[in-house]
Design a protein around this ligand. Structure first.
Ligand SMILES: [Zn+2]
Length: 89
């Protein structure tokens, strides 16, 4: 069982596919990447055996569903408002 939490790729390491997907989804809430930008999927690394986000390849089904959901729109809106308030002061 790998206990390293770093990877020679220098990418952020996630201990499970599920954790990586959660991070993938919330990244899209926080940063409005737009079409074809930002991380799109999660993969298991050959080097460290853990999981990273990638901006290449096919968009993950879970992300695709999430972006199309009303959940995403609501969370995105909340994030935008938080952003506006931050910049105001
Ligand atoms: Zn790795």
């Amino acid at each position: 069982m790998p206990k390293v939490s770093t990877c020679s790729s220098g990418k952020k390491v996630f201990l499970s596919m599920n954790l990586a997907e959660e991070a993938l989804l919330s990244a899209h809430v926080q940063f409005n990447f737009g079409q074809g930008k930002g991380p799109v999927a999660v993969y298991q690394c050959d080097d460290c055996g853990q999981f990273h986000l990638t901006s290449r390849g096919t968009i993950s089904v879970r992300l695709k569903d999430f972006l199309a959901s009303s959940d995403f729109k609501r969370q995105r809106q909340a994030a935008e408002w938080a952003d506006k308030l931050k910049h105001k002061y």
